[in-house]
Design a protein around this ligand. Structure first.
Ligand SMILES: Nc1ncnc2c1ncn2[C@@H]1O[C@H](COP(=O)(O)OP(=O)(O)OP(=O)(O)O)[C@@H](O)[C@H]1O
Ligand SMILES: [Mg+2]
Length: 252
């Protein structure tokens, strides 16, 4: 693959909590080409959101390498990482992360202002109109439905025309026609601006529109030896009436 925009090389994420160390991502290796659209799929708890956080530089890999646009994120300081993200990436979180004290318009305009756009508010208005929220521009997040907040978060991430857009369940709270419109907007970013899209999704229609899907299972890519071994062991144990956590235990 020439000039990948994203390189994950044995990327790992382990976190220490009060319940001990949790290995959330256990060695993820794959590349994404510029302009490619990748659907990140897998069961709940398999590590999809965590992987998006690693790629977005919001969590640091505890092992391996994450490289975006040829930059290794590991050694970058917090400020450099924040600037790099602002200039190159848009992120839509599973829980939206809108700023509660700002209206929809202010939420969308803020990253444009930070990037020095002189027409931040006009552009933000156009972005909100593009997600069907022209009439909600002056609403605060608490005055909007879940789907409206989600569309605002998407408008905010898309407005600076990032090279990479990371979105966690971008159609998760949307009904059919609105979901369709959002898919159109996402793929429009690719078609018109060459954006690379990495989309976590449970929606088969959205996954099917991606160039390819990457499936996570228990913190690993599905089909890698350890993931297969865990599945096999769990299947064997099921026959003996093992507890449902056998899959996790078998992966250790
Ligand atoms: N801060 C944390 N500390 C400890 N464990 C965590 C932390 N964040 C996530 N996890 C665990 O890591 C695993 C992966 O979580 P993640 O949110 O990435 O899953 P997911 O694939 O996005 O799931 P879903 O489809 O439900 O959103 C889960 O088992 C979760 O409980
Ligand atoms: Mg998630």
């Amino acid at each position: 693959m020439t000039d990948p925009i994203l390189v994950l090389d044995d990327a790992r994420l382990s976190l220490d909590g009060n319940a001990g160390r949790v290995d959330i991502l256990r060695g993820i290796t794959f590349d994404v080409a510029r302009g490619e659209t990748v659907g990140l799929v897998g069961p709940s708890g398999s590590g999809k959101s965590s992987l998006l956080m690693l790629i977005g530089g919001l969590e640091r890999a505890t092992g391996g390498r994450v490289s975006v646009l040829g930059r290794d994120l590991g050694p970058m300081g917090e400020d450099a990482l924040a600037r790099f993200r602002r200039d190159n990436m848009g992120v839509v979180f599973q829980s939206f992360h809108l700023i509660p004290t700002m209206t929809a318009l202010e939420n969308v305009a803020t990253p444009l202002e930070l990037a020095g756009a002189p027409d931040a508010f006009e552009r933000a208005e156009a972005e909100l109109a593009a997600v069907g929220l022209a009439s909600r521009a002056h609403h605060y997040p608490a005055q909007m439905s879940g789907g409206e907040q989600q569309r605002t978060a998407l408008a905010r991430a898309a407005a600076p025309r990032p090279a990479i857009l990371l979105a966690d369940e971008p159609t998760g709270n949307l009904d059919g026609p609105t979901g369709e419109a959002i898919m159109g907007l996402l793929f429009g970013l690719r078609d018109r601006h060459g954006a690379t899209l990495i989309l976590v999704t449970h929606a088969p229609e959205l996954a099917a529109r991606c160039d390819r899907t990457v499936r996570l299972e228990d913190g690993r890519l599905a089909g890698t030896p350890a993931a297969s071994a865990a599945r096999d062991a769990a299947a064997r144990d099921e026959g003996r009436g093992a507890r449902p956590d056998a899959l996790t235990a078998a992966a250790e």
